[in-house]
Design a protein around this ligand. Structure first.
Ligand code: GRF
Length: 321
């Protein structure tokens, strides 16, 4: 298994989600490990549990500090512990925009409602009051707007007759403890998950004009032009011919360009078996820091090189517009 992702968990209170995340991380197939539990309240109950389990802890009260200063100290502690992700679990602080921005795509939160329903507080009472059949819990990416980032997973919890906000909260908590570790583990490993990577490439490839998908020698491929006479501009390779890479194959301009790129950036490119001989380059997708805009540029360039002239004109016209 690849190195486990290091996560810092921020809490403010009891820390039952932190405990669920921590124990799940001790299972052999977990994709993450907890490198720090940090709190804005030195008396937070969860801190004692974490240190009893041998996990480093950090606490600093936010009282008397500006939001940005307090965030910066918490962030420093997370970084010093080697955190690659920050996971909020009942962390009762609104974070400064600068901090959120620095961790964009690497900070998750759990919220006790089926988002986008009921952001903010009193979620259970609001769901009961509205006569909803279900409450629930969502795990989402943290963005500047409160509880509004991409939802990565959710679980519904039935609302029974006579339900109170407390009784519902108690049951939702069971769901939270199941959901959070699973979503976190999937999220940190999706950069090496062929299904996720294929989904990303497919969406980008099919967004080009008159692109369609057709399998080629067992691999997904995308063609430009009509179903009848279209030409391939991209293939998806999942560890083909003994390669360890999950890759996108696209057309380069020349063999020189291909070889130069492979030599200069071997972490990003390789010369694939068979296809390499005719100028197709492998763009490695299962690597840290993959830039999807760059992948999209390669797809468009490769699409242009095979698209019928009338289609290429269309995209040029759209760009000039
Ligand atoms: C949970 O209900 C979670 O959904 C919300 O805060 C609560 C934290 O509880 N964000 P705990 O500290 O994990 O027990």
């Amino acid at each position: 298994m690849a190195d486990k992702a290091k996560v810092a968990i921020f809490i403010s209170g009891r820390g039952s989600n932190m405990a669920a995340l921590l124990y799940a991380s001790l299972l052999p197939d977990s994709a993450y490990e907890v490198c720090l539990v940090a709190a804005n309240d030195p008396d937070a109950e969860g801190l004692m549990l974490a240190s009893a389990e041998g996990v480093p802890t950090f606490a600093l009260s936010h009282r008397g500090m500006t939001r940005a200063d307090h965030d910066a100290v918490m962030e420093k502690a997370a970084k010093e512990a080697g955190a690659q992700y920050i996971v909020l679990a009942g962390y009762m602080r609104i974070l400064s925009p600068e901090f959120v921005c620095r961790w964009q795509g690497r900070m998750l939160n759990i919220h006790p409602s089926l988002l986008p329903k009921y952001p903010g507080l009193d979620t259970h009472a609001r769901a009961i009051e509205a006569g909803d059949s279900h409450g629930g819990v969502s795990v989402h990416l943290v963005t500047e707007e409160l509880d509004a980032g991409e939802v990565l997973g959710s679980l519904s919890v039935a609302i029974r007759a006579g339900e109170t906000a407390d009784s519902l909260a108690e049951r939702v908590r069971f769901a939270e403890h199941q959901l959070y570790p699973r979503v976190l583990s999937d999220y940190v490993s999706r950069g090496s998950d062929p299904h996720y990577l294929l989904g990303k490439v497919r969406a980008l490839a099919l967004s080009l004009p008159e692109a369609h998908e057709r399998e080629s020698h067992g691999s997904p491929g995308w063609r430009a032009g009509s179903e009848k006479s279209g030409k391939y501009f991209a293939y998806f390779n999942d560890q083909h011919h003994g390669s360890e890479h999950i890759a996108l194959l696209v057309k380069t301009g020349s063999m020189d360009e291909l070889l130069d790129l492979v030599e200069a950036q071997p972490h990003a490119y390789f010369k694939p078996a068979y296809y390499g001989a005719s100028g197709w380059i492998g763009v490695i997708l299962n690597r840290p820091g993959i830039d999807w805009d760059h992948v999209a540029e390669w797809l468009e360039r490769s699409w242009r090189s095979v698209a019928p002239a009338r289609l290429a004109k269309l995209i040029n016209a759209a760009e000039d517009f």
